[in-house]
Design a protein around this ligand. Structure first.
Ligand SMILES: Nc1nc2c(ncn2[C@@H]2O[C@H](COP(=O)(O)OP(=O)(O)OP(=O)(O)O)[C@@H](O)[C@H]2O)c(=O)[nH]1
Length: 292
């Protein structure tokens, strides 16, 4: 058995989340309610037969604009990258920006094995450009390995997994195999809808709305989710639906967009129902996932 931590770094929009989702195979591997270590936020866990990969986020790398300026943030990011087994530096094929350069610069201080992942090769019209692009980057840093791939098309993921497997230390899994993936994913989606609801209503309904996932069906790349927004009073139902259904529609659209970011299509159907005083009812709380 091998297991270890892998950090995925790169500028915004290069496809880091898409890559992790493609590798873990969970279209909707949303990150709430996942365990957290002191220095790393767990993004997703890949449970293989004889390997476990814990993908982590890098604190410090998220304050993107400040990256070049803030020494402290660089230190935080560097330290956290020193604590993992492999770093995946993700870039977009054929496109290197100033932000990529900043991340590369930050990586120069990191001694952890580091791989160059050239994502979105499917977007590259002229495949002949790949080699000079790759050569340009490998001239700047000694990468431990290089994998061109497409997270979106799930192209060339296998070589990356093989490389990772050979580099992870031998040892027991860091996390117990997740037997409640279904429940976790449902809870994560419910929380996402709730977050959009709270944003749409500007906290007009704090604590009096709960979201329950009623059904969940997977049809190939399409996920059909039906969710109920439970409110405590009739007047609140009107607020959530909004004039001509506008508020509810906006909530649904925002949640759906976020769910689709990892690829695949999502049909999200939202309903609003009233359960008088649900937020005082322990059984209702349990039903909505807020119980012990
Ligand atoms: N054509 C193509 N598009 C991709 C590929 N991988 C990701 N994308 C798209 O690139 C966009 C950004 O992908 P994300 O996975 O959200 O990128 P990210 O690096 O996690 O972005 P941040 O969360 O902002 O840091 C999305 O529209 C993806 O669908 C790929 O292999 N090919």
């Amino acid at each position: 058995m091998r297991s270890g931590m892998v950090a995925v770094v790169g500028r915004p929009n290069v496809g880091k989340s898409s890559l992790v989702n493609a590798l873990v195979g969970e279209k909707l591997s949303i990150v709430t309610a996942k365990p957290q270590t002191t220095r790393h936020q767990i993004q997703a866990v890949l449970h293989g037969d004889d390997m476990q990969i814990v993908f982590v986020d890098t604190p410090g790398l998220h304050q993107k604009a400040k990256l070049a300026l803030n020494k402290r943030l660089n230190e935080v990011a560097t330290q956290s990258l020193e604590g993992v087994d492999v770093v995946l530096f993700v870039v977009e094929a054929g496109r290197l920006t100033e932000e990529d350069e900043m991340v590369l610069k930050l990586l120069s201080a990191v001694t952890t094995p580091c791989a160059l992942i050239i994502n979105k090769v499917d977007k590259l019209r002229d495949k002949n450009l790949l080699l000079p692009f790759l050569q340009d980057l490998t001239a700047r840093r000694n990468f431990d390995f290089v994998v061109p791939l497409s997270a979106l098309k799930r192209d060339n993921l296998e070589p990356l997994l093989k490389e990772l497997e050979s580099r992870l230390p031998e040892g027991p899994p860091l996390y117990p195999p997740d037997q409640n993936v279904g429940h976790d994913r449902r809870f994560a989606v419910a929380e996402l809808v709730r977050e959009k609801l709270m944003m749409a209503l500007h906290e007009e309904l704090p604590y009096s709305a709960a979201v329950e996932i009623e059904s969940w069906e997977q049809e190939g790349r399409l996920t059909r989710i039906s969710a109920v927004i439970w409110v405590a009073r009739d007047s609140q139902k009107k607020i959530v639906i909004g004039e001509g259904g506008r508020t509810l529609k906006a909530i649904g659209t925002q949640a759906r967009r976020e769910l689709e970011r990892g690829g695949g299509k999502v049909f999200l159907k939202l309903w609003v129902r009233v359960k008088d005083g649900w937020n005082d009812d322990p059984r209702a709380l349990q039903q909505f996932g807020y119980g012990e």
